[in-house]
Design a protein around this ligand. Structure first.
Ligand code: SF4
Length: 495
């Protein structure tokens, strides 16, 4: 994706293809096929983390020891060699000796260990350079969470791969290793806390399981719209070529992400400001009121639009309702930026209700009504409002503009929360979709806590036998989710 007017890139001889998306979407399969078809190198980022985990375990380094893990990453090397039609994974030890670890890293225990080391910041930071070196001067395909936003934000080709929840669950069962299937552990979803996960111990070298069970939702991590918004910001930074880049309001509701954007020179400003014509201005995923958008049109190519297409669909539905002389009845949070913008896309009548009880306050009218959903609204609320509207009014058209990601994420949250004792929802406290996940989990009867970082976790929330589900909002980086899972794995639980 490029910003309007973006100059041609002339850095790499061949492109880098970055494939992102939720667990079970098929990233590995697609990246293998693509690399083969294009004759590109496939950089298996999962294998890199598995190899680091193996090297750590061989040296008895605890998988939460940031100091030793950080040092280890600087001392070892990981390389891929193509032999007899197969890719071999080669570990270079600190003494320079080399081991072919291709088989050793493909066990269920190593999968679990890899997910733990991948949550450690010194490991992630240390492996950034390695992944970039392996991709060399382009001609490489990489897949993994955050690969197109963190590792290669400047990749020439970015693919966000997704699939329905059912398909993803089926794929994960299909590709789970035989051992994982026997123990009930899938790839990356379910894990058990072990007693021997202590500093200096061998976290996965045996020992008995404690009963506490931790399951990470497949849907946790950035949604497609957020991924796309980051891509647009990256394109804007390249296009700006050193000039100031601002987003009109936070690009997403996540303090950590906002801070990392600021570190890259992208600042968040009040949407009401009037930027000068040397500034590159990014409209965020939530959209912008029509008048403001029109007033910024004079910026030309310096105005870059990251409005999520699902949000744009809401704006179009409002405009269409107005053009047809219908009342646009929006269902959701009137104070949310999405609706503050969307309601301005018609000069016709607009009303906003939050729940079915509000429908009774609408003036009785013969007017035709179009009911339009906020993208992150939960299904029961929308259905109840539609029913209440149909009971009071005769000419009703329903535009279910809930976004696909919301639909899947909320369905999974409800299903998983029913089977959980404790649900941790990880995400910004001012994020509407994260708050909705928390209320869905609470409604399903689970003790639910909304947290932004591991520092907020209180061990008193858990028992040794707790079934814990971790959910993540659409704007929560996968690294935040993994950090919470890793913190729970190593936490001492009483009782
Ligand atoms: S939650 Fe849905 S509407 Fe919002 S940015 Fe993500 S995909 Fe778009």
């Amino acid at each position: 994706m490029t910003a309007p007017g973006e100059p041609a890139r002339a850095k790499r001889a061949r492109p880098i293809v970055a494939i992102d998306g939720p667990a079970g979407a098929g990233k590995t399969t697609v990246s293998k096929m693509l690399a083969e078809r294009l004759g590109f190198t496939r950089v298996d980022t999962g294998a890199i983390y598995r190899t680091v985990a193996l090297a750590a375990m061989r040296r008895g380094i605890a998988l939460d020891d940031d100091v030793q893990l950080g040092a280890l990453v600087g001392e070892i090397g990981v390389a891929f060699e193509y032999r007899n039609g197969a890719t071999r994974v080669i570990l270079t030890n600190p003494d320079g000796s080399k081991d072919d670890v291709s088989e050793e890293i493909r066990t269920a225990d190593m999968s679990l260990a890899a997910s733990r080391v991948s949550a450690r910041q010194p490991v992630r930071a240390g492996l950034l350079g390695l992944q970039r070196r392996l991709a060399g001067n382009g001609g490489a395909v990489l897949d993994g969470r955050d690969i197109g936003t963190v590792v290669f934000p400047d990749a020439e080709v970015k693919i966000f791969l997704t699939a329905s929840l059912d398909t993803r669950a089926r794929r994960r069962r299909l590709f789970a290793s035989p051992r994982a299937a026997q123990t009930g552990r899938g790839r990356g979803g379910r894990r058990h806390v072990r007693d021997d996960a202590k500093p200096g111990g061998r976290p996965h070298g045996g020992g008995r399981f404690r009963k506490m069970e931790i399951v990470v939702a497949q849907s946790a991590g950035f949604c497609w719209g957020v991924f796309r918004a980051f891509d647009v910001v990256d394109a804007a930074v390249r296009y700006a070529a050193g000039r100031k880049v601002v987003t009109l309001g936070p690009i997403i509701h996540n303090p950590g992400v906002i801070a990392s954007l600021e570190a890259r020179g992208v600042s968040c400003v009040d949407p009401e400001i009037v930027p000068n014509d040397q500034t590159v201005v990014v409209i965020r995923a939530h959209g912008l009121p029509q008048v403001k958008r029109e007033s910024l049109a004079t910026l030309g190519d310096n105005l870059v639009d990251a409005t999520c297409p699902f949000v744009a669909r809401v704006e179009r539905a409002v405009a269409d309702a107005g053009a047809a002389g219908r009342l646009a009845l929006l269902v959701g949070d009137e104070n949310h930026a999405e609706f503050r913008a969307a309601r301005t896309y018609t000069k016709g009548d607009v009303a906003i209700v939050a729940a079915a009880r509000d429908v009774a306050t609408l003036p009785k009218t013969e007017r035709a009504i179009t009911v339009i959903a906020q993208t992150t609204l939960d299904r029961p609320t929308f259905d109840e409002v539609v029913e209440a509207v149909r009971a009071r009014f005769t000419d009703v058209v329903v535009e279910n503009t809930r976004c696909d990601d919301t639909r899947d994420r909320q369905a999974e949250a409800e299903r998983m929360a029913h089977a959980a004792d404790v649900v941790l929802v990880v995400g910004g406290k001012n994020s509407a979709n994260t708050a909705r996940l928390a209320s869905i989990a609470e409604g399903a009867g689970a003790k639910t806590y909304l947290i932004e970082t591991t520092a907020e976790i209180d061990r008193a929330w858990f028992k040794a036998t707790s079934r814990v589900v971790i959910l993540g909002g659409a704007s929560t980086p996968r690294t935040d989710i993994d950090a919470v899972a890793a913190a729970l794995e190593t936490m001492e639980i009483n009782g």
